[in-house]
Design a protein around this ligand. Structure first.
Ligand code: AMP
Ligand code: TRP
Length: 334
């Protein structure tokens, strides 16, 4: 059975974009592949952060992912598998300074830091981030890595690192991980349908997957539809985005009926918004209920994920034993 791995940073909330663009797909892949999904807290140390919040967000993300349908045995917290760091050091020695300087995410994040302070501190951790990502992937010999297009460059680097390692040590040891760019809808901001739904734009630009029903309904009700009609007289970005949401929620009957209204020039935006709100609330209410049920049993869920991380760690330790052997490091017992 082929292996799938993907990871997400513990950034606080999960929104509809994250769900339709990533998590829904992760859940489905579990039926077909051996899957490993990580909440990558080491990665979140590469930008300024608060330790109390990091730990809180890490567990929150665990509970969110479980509520969405990720199986507990497939889920781990990165820092509970510290072998990722050891492999990252070893792989760092087969990565060149030059290729890391070409990583656009490093350049973007450096710029982001310097926007507020031109002398901002840029850490080695931020620079080495893609090497740790390569370690996340290679430590489980992942065949497929479902990610967004923004991660394409990091995936290519992971493949180059694997190839260079294999070449340097004369052994086809690491698999060549392939990105899995599954067709997923791009979800737009309800407040500005010319932009992607995103947390970094601010609260009104994303719909929280675990949000309260009243707030979610209100956000959809006030979604921007009038973005200035396109010059060809077609559908405005805001209206199209609402139809896309209906389709993403699988509300095809409502979608088709409202589309017929639109074609007949009889669409009422209030009807469209009402249908979208019903569809979204129908999707997210069960998630929130599951989240709350898991929260009520916090301790045992935490234990379960600690155990799962321990089991997953055994695979990582096996890789490290082999890598130590191949690279001439002192060997580990067992
Ligand atoms: P981020 O936390 O923004 O890096 O997003 C995590 C994952 O969610 C990415 O891999 C994207 O594939 C997905 N994602 C984020 N925002 C959107 C969006 N507006 N529409 C679709 N997918 C998204
Ligand atoms: N860099 C990814 C992001 O920002 C998160 C990530 C870390 C990741 N390690 C990974 C994704 C390994 C896939 C595989 O979204």
């Amino acid at each position: 059975m082929k292996t799938v791995l993907s990871c997400i940073q513990p950034t606080g909330d999960l929104h509809l974009g994250n769900y339709f663009g990533a998590v829904q797909n992760w859940v489905r892949l579990q039926d077909e592949y051996k899957c490993f999904y990580g909440v990558v807290d080491y990665h979140s140390m590469t930008m300024p952060y608060n330790p109390v919040q990091l730990r809180e967000n890490t567990w929150k993300m665990v509970f969110y992912l479980l509520a969405c349908g990720i199986k507990p045995e497939n889920l781990f917290i990165q820092s509970l598998v510290p072998e990722h760091i050891e492999l990252s050091w070893i792989l760092g020695c087969t990565t060149s300074y030059g290729e890391l300087t070409r990583m656009t995410q490093f350049k973007d994040k450096t710029e982001q830091l310097r926007e507020t302070d031109k002398d901002a501190f840029v850490s080695l951790g931020l620079f080495a981030y893609p090497v740790l990502q390569a370690a996340d992937i290679l430590i489980y010999h992942a065949d497929y890595v479902p990610v967004g297009k923004d991660q394409e460059q990091h995936l290519e680097l992971s493949r180059n690192i694997a190839q260079r390692f294999n070449h340097q040590f004369g052994k086809e040891y690491f698999a060549h991980p392939e990105p899995l760019f599954t067709e997923t809808p791009k979800i737009l901001s309800p407040a500005d349908p010319n932009k992607k739904m995103s947390k970094s734009l601010g609260e009104k630009h994303y719909i929280n997957l675990f949000g309260e029903e009243t707030r979610v309904r209100k956000q959809i009700k006030s979604a921007v539809t009038d973005t200035g009609e396109p010059s060809n007289g077609g559908m405005s970005a805001g209206v199209k985005s609402l139809f896309d949401l209906l389709r993403a929620c699988n509300s095809m009957d409502a979608h088709d009926a409202l589309m017929a209204d639109y074609s007949a020039g009889a669409l009422k935006y209030s009807d469209l918004k009402e249908s979208v709100a019903n569809a979204v609330v129908g999707l997210i209410n069960p998630f929130r209920e599951r989240f709350e049920a898991l929260q009520a049993d916090k301790k045992s869920v935490k234990n379960q994920i600690q155990d799962a991380s321990g089991e997953i760690r055994k695979r990582a330790q096996q890789t490290l034993r082999e890598v130590r052997e191949i690279t001439g490091l002192g060997s580990l017992k067992g």
